[in-house]
Design a protein. Structure first.
Length: 79
């Protein structure tokens, strides 16, 4: 999903619930997405970068050299 895929930003795709949120003033103007879904959701939930919140990568994609390192815990931490 890209920036222009939401109706509020000019898409031909109908997104009524997201359009209502945007109409009421909830717009992210300085947000970017991660390459995969879980880390992106972790940024939305925590308001911090994936490496700060513990999901630097999807858990099943964590490389051997990342295992056990800060930022790759695989769950939302308290940072």
């Amino acid at each position: 999903m890209g920036f222009a895929d939401l109706g509020a930003f000019g898409s031909e795709i109908k997104t009524p619930n997201l359009d209502a949120l945007a109409r009421d003033g909830a717009r992210f103007t300085q947000f970017y997405t991660h390459a995969s879904c879980s880390p992106t959701r972790s940024m939305l939930l925590s308001g911090t970068d994936t490496h700060l919140n513990g999901l630097g990568n999807m858990d099943e994609w964590t490389a051997p050299n990342q295992m056990g390192k800060p930022g790759y815990e695989g769950y939302l931490n308290h940072r």
